[in-house]
Design a protein. Structure first.
Length: 481
């Protein structure tokens, strides 16, 4: 133990010498011992063997400051180069901490914090450099003022040029809303889960990205997912664990919206633009005014198809006729397909300009046109009905086109016209744009055909029967006389 009050009293020479040696020994051993030095001075060292620590007196000479353990290299302090800082406690840096190698924070506690603190309205940041030039800056709280409501001190990542100049912001997170903004031209990610909003100012690219909030694009209201060839690019949205929806580009290039929970594709759009939907399509919510629009350029098909297992059965077609004015063109057709989905024949067509409806087959059922007296004028009894009936020539025939080639009976409109012109009508037939060549119209487009209203012949037949009845009655009366 080396302790001394460092005071040399007057005395005999040997006594003074021994007192000097004791004082020098205390100084040389830094007052090594378990007892506090007998007298203290500012900046005085003490090797406290009771704790194994080297201590120094503070400048006010009021307390001891621990420098480090006596038996540890560098007193447990970091060397100027290399080394590691270990043990419990906090490292507080009031200015800038420059680390030439790596800075690791490890331990066994549940929470390990590396704290960058500063007043509100100032940047608290970590800077990555190459040599002495900045490359990346992470602001763990930027200079945006904290004005209440958790506003301010937002998170920012900035990029720097080769010369160390600021290139711009790469990403930011608003502290109050947790809204994430990516400001670069593209965002590439392997797997990211976002619980709030993802704001993309450029492209969002990646192999797998999961979003449980909203995707907001302030650039072009769209998002590009870029993947290598042969890999599907998809978005996925999951509201609950029971239902997950995906949408994106399939391996073959077509766009798909699917229900991954059920393993089904709900909507598909091929590379040619064809849209397929295996389920139901509902327009509106039951309120009046809901509609389904099938749009196309003039001279193109606009078709609504009904299928059985992707095979055509019925088509409602807006035709390819040119719209030449006066409401001409874009006429309407209804067509049937066979079991293989091939064209079977037209059912009826409607001329848009005249609204004349032409049925290509026999109509079975009752058609009751309006016949109320209040709707009519110039009402006159029919004359010479029997003579007109006698002038008509019934014929049998086969249709030249259409699927129904069986024998039929009827009249020829051109023969009826000079006898009963009231029952003959002319019309411009609507060509069926989907019919095969052997089903084409027998006249050029634009020429008119004649049609017969067979139901209008019934009054003529009634009057003819009445005339015959009168004749028979007269003959019977003459025979009795």
């Amino acid at each position: 133990m080396s302790n001394h009050d460092l005071t040399i009293a007057n005395g005999p020479g040997l006594t003074v010498r021994q007192d000097l040696e004791a004082a020098l020994q205390a100084l040389g051993t830094t007052f090594q011992g378990t007892a506090v030095p007998l007298i203290t001075y500012p900046c005085q060292l003490w090797a406290d063997t009771s704790t194994g620590l080297l201590k120094i007196r503070n400048i006010a000479n009021t307390a001891w400051i621990t420098l480090g353990p006596l038996d540890t290299a560098n007193l447990g302090l970091l060397p100027l180069t290399g080394g590691s800082l270990a043990g419990p406690g906090n490292l507080t840096v009031g200015g800038t901490l420059n680390v030439g190698g790596s800075l690791g924070v490890t331990g066994n506690t549940s929470f390990l914090n590396c704290v960058v603190t500063g007043p509100a309205g100032t940047s608290r940041q970590v800077l990555g450099q190459t040599a002495v030039s900045a490359r990346w800056q992470i602001m763990l709280g930027n200079s945006t003022p904290e004005s209440g409501g958790s506003a301010g001190s937002d998170f920012v990542i900035n990029a720097y040029s080769d010369a160390g100049g600021l290139l711009g912001q790469a990403m930011s997170i608003i502290r109050s809303t947790r809204a994430v903004s990516f400001a670069g031209p593209s965002v590439a990610m392997q797997s990211v889960s976002v619980a709030s909003n993802l704001d993309v100012n450029g492209q969002l690219t990646g192999a797998s990205a999961s979003f449980t909030g909203q995707i907001l694009s302030t650039a072009n209201f769209g998002h590009a997912i870029t993947t290598p060839a042969g890999i599907a690019a998809q978005y996925q949205s999951s509201v609950t664990s029971a239902r997950t929806w995906t949408w994106g580009c399939a391996i073959d290039g077509h766009f798909t919206i699917g229900d991954s929970s059920a393993g089904l594709e709900r909507i598909g759009i091929s590379t040619s633009g064809a849209v397929s939907m295996p389920g139901f399509l509902t327009c509106g919510s039951g309120a009046p005014g809901a509609q389904l629009n099938v749009r196309g350029a003039v001279g193109t098909f606009r078709i609504l198809q009904f299928q059985t297992d992707s095979v055509n059965r019925w088509q409602l077609v807006c035709g390819t006729q040119a719209e030449s004015g006066a409401n001409a063109g874009s006429d309407f057709n209804m067509q049937a397909s066979n079991d293989a989905g091939a064209f079977l024949g037209g059912v009826f067509s409607v001329k848009r300009s005249s609204q004349v409806c032409t049925f290509t087959q026999q109509i079975i059922g009752t058609i009751a046109p309006p016949s109320d007296r209040v709707l009519k004028e110039n009402i006159e009894p029919l004359q010479d009905s029997l003579a007109k009936v006698m002038a008509l020539q019934g014929v049998s025939f086969n249709l030249r086109s259409g699927p129904n080639k069986r024998p039929q009976i009827g009249l020829i409109a051109q023969d009826v016209l000079p006898i009963v012109p009231e029952v003959v009508a002319t019309y411009e037939p609507v060509p069926n744009p989907m019919a095969p060549e052997d089903e084409a119209l027998p006249v050029p487009v634009g020429e008119t055909l004649m049609a017969l209203n067979y139901s209008m012949l019934i009054p003529l037949l009634i009057e003819a029967v009445k005339e015959l009845t009168d004749r028979v009655g007269a003959l019977e009366a003459a025979a009795k006389a």
